[in-house]
Write a protein that binds this ligand. Sequence first.
Ligand code: HAM
Length: 429
Amino acid sequence: MRIERARGTRDFLPKEMRKRRIMEERMRDIAERWGYEEIRTPTFERAELFTQKSGQAILKEMYEFRDKGDRHLALRPELTAPVIRMYINELKMTPKPTKVYYFGNCFRYEEPQKARYREFWQFGTEIIGSDRPEAQAELIALAFHILKSLGVKAELHVGHVGLIRERLRVLHADEEQINTVMRLMDKGEREAVIESMDERKRDEIGYLLDGLSDLIDSKDKDAFKEARDRNIIASDSNALQELELLLELLEYYGVDYTLNLGIARGLDYYTGMVFEIYEAGGKLGAQNQICGGGSYRLAKLFGGDDIPSTGFAFGVDRLEEIFSVDDKDLERRGVVVVPIRDKDADREVMKAAIEIASRLREFVPTHIDLMNRSLSAQLKYANAHHDSFAVLVGKNELKEAKVTLRNLNTGEQEKISVDDLCDEIKGLF
Ligand code: HAM
């Protein structure tokens, strides 16, 4: 019976894996040079790690199950909560800020479509110990540096969930009311927001909402001044000061931005600046968000101190779709060592062939016959495999302490000592 892949998952063939490795190496290399260290957390966690902040509703978006010991577990839908859990368990004593990065697969029970999968990969970074604009700017600049190295054109949108919350607090709204207002605002339900407030605050919230929606619609920094003049945001607003400094630092880093106070990130843990990066070339269709992140406080919720943090994650699969690499770089040309079998000297020839292959394998992809094939069948395999050179090892060659090196593209060949062979091949790969 033919068994199909599970819905929303993919197989990656050798060429695609090579492309992913090239991307991964570039990302890793840059993250390391910016002073981040790699970590890894388990693929599954206790389900409560994800429900604690987001509530039980998140369960329907996750792969969650009970194991044989009746423990409630979940395949990770993202890596920020696991990283903070790990930090509290293992890294609390490291000097702050702790700067880490990760590559990992994530699982979400979503409707699969182009660039949206049930198993996908994230490359992310977290700065644990700071949610200051300096940390935010560094992360955004790092994300852009990585995108540049991958040749991806992208657009940055920056917002701040604190700005609106802060203003609502001035209206003496409690946290629950604020959450309701934020949710309704996200859906654009102005009247419902007004009704959700106490009667005597309704005029005020109406004025505020109109001002806030002007602010949300505006795409540049000058809107802040106007909003301040109209008392839509307080002039001593912490969120505003933070955002203004961030935008200035982004200019120092040379990163262009669009102000977008309407960004409502899907995850509930953000407390301050939030940002999203979209692919600008139109190659991804509706799923064009390639990166998301922001500042948050999760450590206290998981039993640690109240540590501010900032992070982001790229959708690696989406990046892979837009990242283009020269086809030549994806081909893996190598060498095939061809033992010419001979009844009288079979062992001798095999021994020599294995020794030669071992030396070549120090620096070049090398095959050796594994199917006891004839000379012509071995060469046919080498051609089909696009190998560049065959090294023929036979009884006669061995007598002269030489092998035959054949260029499979031109058909030219020469007899050559094993030391010269190694030098020549090394120079070519
Ligand atoms: P997120 O926006 O949910 O944020 O995911 C980050 C990125 O993962 C998205 O921008 C998108 O490119 C990719 N992604 C999400 N879902 C899918 C899917 N079903 N198929 C393919 N790609 C997908 C987070 O996960 C946060 N943990 C980011 C963060 C880190 N915030 C602070 N630190």
